[in-house]
Design a protein around this ligand. Structure first.
Ligand SMILES: Cc1cc2nc3c(=O)[nH]c(=O)nc-3n(C[C@H](O)[C@H](O)[C@H](O)COP(=O)(O)OP(=O)(O)OC[C@H]3O[C@@H](n4cnc5c(N)ncnc54)[C@H](O)[C@@H]3O)c2cc1C
Length: 416
């Protein structure tokens, strides 16, 4: 987007695409962004249509289906499940088509900030051994969970309100629902957290377990794939679906992984996507938040460089936008294993438009003018009321959450 506005842009990527990445489920709110980038058709060709999300709970005798078409804004009824190696390659090739200088196999090693308005010097190593230093007026850090700048500036903080860890892999041989529901994401709660099951276009399915970190530590020295299979066996409905499943990728694990940075930007840099914050992926928000930050980031840099007198206001607006999305989703994420919220998800009442508002949030429709705030406040009000009415259950859930947050081992970043 910056190159389209006439800026000279260099993109340094340590990997070479296509490369594996987790996070395959997109939200309806991604689609307008893909249209604007001009890659909607390419993504449609590799995507599995996703019209909704299904929630399965061992504490309820039914499944709950949410369809994005029921959200307040009916114009965003679907999204896609994508293989990230293909999706990310489409995005990086698109940047090159738009005259960005794209360097793959090129790892940023150091950024030295110069006094304003000179920008920064970026030191990078190419994987063929070349060393390069690039002088730039602005640095956009989109290094994902590597959080390159946040680490070097020491501004990254582990979330005190949430922690979880994940194991995941791709499988073949998992049966699908019929028709429109074939591409839905399924979320299965179980005793130690929740699972996702994401059907991909080529027949493979991405399956992952997100658990409290203490659970991953019970693995001891067991091989990860054995431990993952044993964990799947703890969730009867998923285990049943996976009776004939075959593992087709290595099982991977990510340690305690929710964090945010003390700031979103400096005078000559912005932190985008996961390079700023990472929230639990239960609502498949990561790619949408990262792409949205890229859009706002491009506007911000363009203003800073072309209209420097508006720089302070542009950076302030960027800051607000970066904090808003994660905050909106975090209320739900912190409570996702809470029995009251689970009950409300499993039996949403069609009153005061609360279900439509919930769906608007689940669709990622949080940045526009969709009037979801009032019904959402009612939803939260009902949650607090039910919590008070079931005070013993609420207290027990609060105590368990507190224990899990402070459990020895919960503060470690190592996967398992
Ligand atoms: C277990 C799990 C499940 C998830 N599920 C979903 C989901 O279903 N849906 C969803 O939307 N999101 C999901 N996410 C989140 C999603 O993966 C991320 O939020 C999203 O990829 C963030 O995009 P990004 O561009 O910020 O970072 P990334 O996509 O991680 O891209 C960062 C890039 O920077 C490169 N890089 C890093 N350091 C350097 C360096 N020093 N020099 C040069 N290049 C560098 C990396 O190679 C990488 O290509 C999940 C995340 C996890 C951990």
């Amino acid at each position: 987007m910056l190159a389209e506005r006439g800026h000279r842009v260099t993109l340094l990527e340590k990997a070479r695409h296509p490369r594996f990445h987790i996070g395959e489920s997109l939200l309806p709110a991604n689609l307008p962004l893909l249209e604007t980038l001009g890659v909607a058709d390419e993504v449609r060709a590799i995507g599995m249509e996703k019209w909704g999300a299904e929630f399965v709970s061992p504490w309820h005798d039914h499944k709950q289906l949410f369809e994005f078409g029921d959200a307040i804004d009916k114009s965003m009824p679907m999204s896609y499940q994508v293989r990230r190696s293909e999706f990310d390659e489409i995005l990086i090739r698109n940047a090159r088509r738009k005259n960005v200088r794209v360097e793959e196999g090129c790892r940023v090693m150091e950024v030295e900030f110069l006094s304003n308005p000179d920008g920064a010097r970026v030191m990078a190593h190419h994987d063929d051994g070349r060393r390069e230093t690039i002088q730039t007026r602005f640095v956009l850090d989109a290094s994902g969970r590597d959080t390159f700048l946040a680490n070097s500036l020491k501004i990254k903080r582990r979330s005190k309100k949430h922690n979880s860890a994940a194991m995941y892999a791709h499988f073949s041989g998992i049966p699908r629902s019929q028709g429109k529901a074939a591409g839905n994401i399924s979320i299965f709660w179980f005793e130690h957290g929740w699972f996702w099951s994401i059907p991909l276009l080529d027949g493979a399915t991405s399956v992952g377990a997100v658990t409290w970190p203490y659970y991953l530590r019970t693995r001891n020295k067991k091989p990860l794939d054995q431990f993952f299979q044993e964990t799947i066996a703890l969730c009867a409905p998923l285990h049943e679906q996976m009776a004939h499943a075959q593992l087709i990728t290595p099982v991977e694990a990510t340690g305690n992984y929710s964090y945010e940075c003390d700031r979103t930007h400096g005078a000559n840099y912005l932190l985008l996507g996961d390079a700023y914050t990472f929230v639990d992926p239960v609502f498949s928000t990561g790619v949408m938040l990262a792409m949205h930050s890229g859009f706002v980031g491009a506007d911000t840099v363009d203003t800073c460089l072309h209209r420097p007198h508006q720089k302070a206001a542009a950076l302030k607006k960027f800051d607000q936008s970066m904090r808003r999305g994660p905050k909106q989703f975090s209320w739900f994420i912190y409570r996702i294993t809470n029995p009251t919220l689970r009950d409300m998800f499993m039996g949403p009442r069609p009153v005061f438009h609360v279900k439509e508002a919930l769906l608007s949030v689940l669709a990622g429709d949080i940045y526009g003018n969709t009037p979801f705030q009032r019904p959402l406040r009612i939803f939260k009000g009902i949650y607090y009321m039910v919590s008070v009415l079931n005070i013993r259950r609420t207290f027990k859930a609060w105590r368990t959450r507190k224990y899990n947050l402070n459990h020895p081992g919960s503060s470690s970043d190592s996967p398992v």
